[in-house]
Design a protein around this ligand. Structure first.
Ligand SMILES: [Zn+2]
Length: 261
């Protein structure tokens, strides 16, 4: 019986490790996908920053042209002042000159504001590009780490599968069937009894069962149905009297009595 129990314990530990590795393997592609998504978002952000910068530059080119047009018109109107015949005409031309000049000034102020925006956009673009670079190198590292893990996990799984195939024939088919059914439905098929409790479901075992278990029997938990066993190696060793370690060497400092208390 003891060998059966040991083999079942070994089988369960191999199976649990297989489950852990299988889940870990399944989770690995998500790490790459997340890093890819982060990089894609940073690239989008950098593209938007670059587009904003281009838009600002073409706005300034247009403003430049408009300022020049207004200044040229002002120059032409000033030339007309030399040839006007009446004060009314002179007034009208002066009015045009004032309008063209103020338009040119207004647009130049806009250009200045645009230059300030460009400065901020250039800083943002540089930061966005640096972010893209750092995420791209992070992605490469994650890809190679994931590839390595996949290799390692796959190799470990192959080893565990071989161990599993070696252990299973050593276990009585009746126990194996029950173990497989319970593992499938509850995650584990076998539970150690600890402190007169099933470690699978925490329910207490009856005294008679406890005695049988301690004699090395493999039983079934009344509550969860798992195969129950007792592991003498896990039982607390009888306590040996230990010399108490006292810091007696160090003289105790006595608190002075409070006067009047
Ligand atoms: Zn149980």
């Amino acid at each position: 019986m003891q060998a059966q129990i040991e083999n079942l314990v070994k089988l369960q530990s191999v199976d649990l490790e297989r489950t852990r590795l299988t889940l870990a393997l399944r989770a690995l592609p998500a790490e790459v996908a997340q890093a890819e998504a982060e990089l894609a978002a940073a690239e989008r952000h950098s593209g938007e920053a670059s587009a904003a910068l281009s838009r600002e530059e073409s706005l300034r080119t247009r403003l430049d042209r408009e300022v020049a047009t207004h200044r040229q018109k002002a120059v032409r109107f000033r030339a007309q002042l030399d040839v006007v015949k009446t004060p009314e005409q002179a007034n009208a031309v002066e009015h045009e000159i004032a309008f063209e000049t103020s338009e040119a000034d207004r647009l130049e102020n806009e250009e200045f504001a645009s230059l300030e925006r460009t400065e901020a956009q250039e800083t943002a673009l540089a930061a966005a590009r640096a972010q893209v670079e750092s995420l791209a190198s992070a992605l490469e590292k994650i890809r190679s780490r994931v590839a390595l893990r996949q290799q390692e996990h796959t190799a470990e799984l192959a080893t565990l599968n071989a161990e599993r195939e070696a252990i299973r024939p050593l276990i009585e088919p009746e126990w194996l069937i029950r173990y497989d059914r319970l593992s499938g439905s509850r995650g584990t098929g076998l539970a150690r009894v600890d402190n007169q409790q099933c470690t699978g479901c925490r329910m207490g075992v009856r005294p008679q069962m406890w005695n049988q278990l301690r004699e090395g029997e493999l039983l079934t938990c009344d509550s969860c149905g798992r195969l129950l066993y007792w592991d003498p190696a896990m039982a607390p060793a009888p306590k040996a009297p230990q010399p108490e370690h006292t810091p007696a060497a160090r003289p105790r400092i006595q608190k002075p009595h409070q006067a009047g208390a």
